[in-house]
Design a binder for this molecule. Structure first.
Ligand code: CP
Length: 311
């Protein structure tokens, strides 16, 4: 089977069949990663540039590891240490890199739509979105879906709660697209100022502003980071107040008295959206999400490279 798309720009552009194919391929790569020799030569002649215009720990390391596990040649580019600081444009930068015979570009950018811009101007090169502004973070949603499936057996019919800064979260948008396509039920909870007012109708999700009620409803709680760097106005009174109303605490989970699976895409603001004793508890699968990110990104790169080679 092949993906229906040449690039991975967002979950919005994927079909349910594409998502199932990525998740089943990731399962095979997860098995490879359990072996003493964790490498396969699938992308031996493929060169991939990791183009990061915004900071990252998990996504960047995970993509690089995925590329190395597949035998690809990798180049890492940080905007802060490049000629971008001398005024070079995104398109000039990428055209210069591609002239050195690069096959795929993995890009993170603070501007929503930056990978779509590249895909439009460079249709022959596979572009992978590693997070663009407040738009999408497709591989995060895929690894979240993989981790939920691993824990609960499937996505169909499962009740997934996204908590917090929905307004500025590319993780939330990609998760909503994916969970809707795969038949899960989605609820959002957080301060009304951080949840877009028309999202219920626009995205077919439920909204519950009372966090305790929302937790009582769900099977999985995916706790999102407060994106202070993307907020240009004050949308809640203080981080302390936020923690009191929307922080996922041990006390709150004890009151709910249900074995909810707790997730977080990272980086965690401990003591703000989640307390340490929840993040590090038996209910948390935060580090399994990170581990699964490598297999999921191997699957994405493998499937996109196969598609590119066969066109
Ligand atoms: N989840 C995530 O995107 O983390 P990084 O910003 O560290 O890549």
């Amino acid at each position: 089977m092949r993906l229906s798309t040449k690039h991975l720009l967002g979950i919005k552009e994927l079909s349910a069949e594409d998502i199932s194919l990525i998740l089943s391929t990731a399962q095979q790569f997860k098995e490879v990663l359990q072996r003493p020799v964790k490498k396969v030569p699938s992308l031996r002649d493929v060169t991939i540039v990791n183009l990061f215009y915004e900071n990252s720990t998990r996504t960047r390391i995970s993509f690089e590891l995925a590329e190395k596990r597949l035998g690809a040649d990798t180049i890492n580019f940080s905007a802060s240490a490049s000629s971008v600081s001398k005024g070079e444009t995104l398109l000039d930068t990428v055209n210069n890199i591609l002239s050195m015979k690069v096959d795929m570009v993995v890009m993170r950018h603070s501007a929503s739509g930056a990978p779509h811009f590249l895909a439009k101007h460079l249709p022959e090169t596979a572009i992978v979105n590693a997070g663009d502004g407040i738009n999408e973070h497709p591989t995060q949603a895929l690894l979240d879906a993989f981790s939920i499936t691993e824990k609960l057996g499937s996505l169909e019919g499962k009740k997934i709660l996204l908590i917090g800064d929905i307004m500025h979260s590319r993780v939330a948008l990609s998760n909503i697209y994916l969970l809707n396509k795969m038949g899960a039920q989605v609820m959002l909870s957080g301060p009304p100022t951080l949840i877009p007012p028309n999202i219920k109708e626009a995205m077919g999700v439920q909204v519950e502003y009372n966090l305790k009620k929302a937790l009582q409803w769900c099977d999985v709680a995916n706790v999102l980071r407060i994106q202070l760097e993307r907020q240009n106005q004050v949308l809640f009174s203080s981080l302390r107040e936020y923690n009191l109303s929307y922080g996922v605490t041990k006390k709150l989970l004890a009151e709910v008295d249900k074995d909810i699976v707790v997730m977080h895409p990272g980086p965690i603001n401990r003591g703000v959206e989640i307390d340490s004793d929840v993040a590090d508890s038996h209910q948390s699968i935060i580090l399994q999400q990170v581990e699964n990110g490598v297999a999921v990104r191997m699957a994405v790169l493998y499937l996109l490279a196969g598609k590119a080679n066969n066109n």
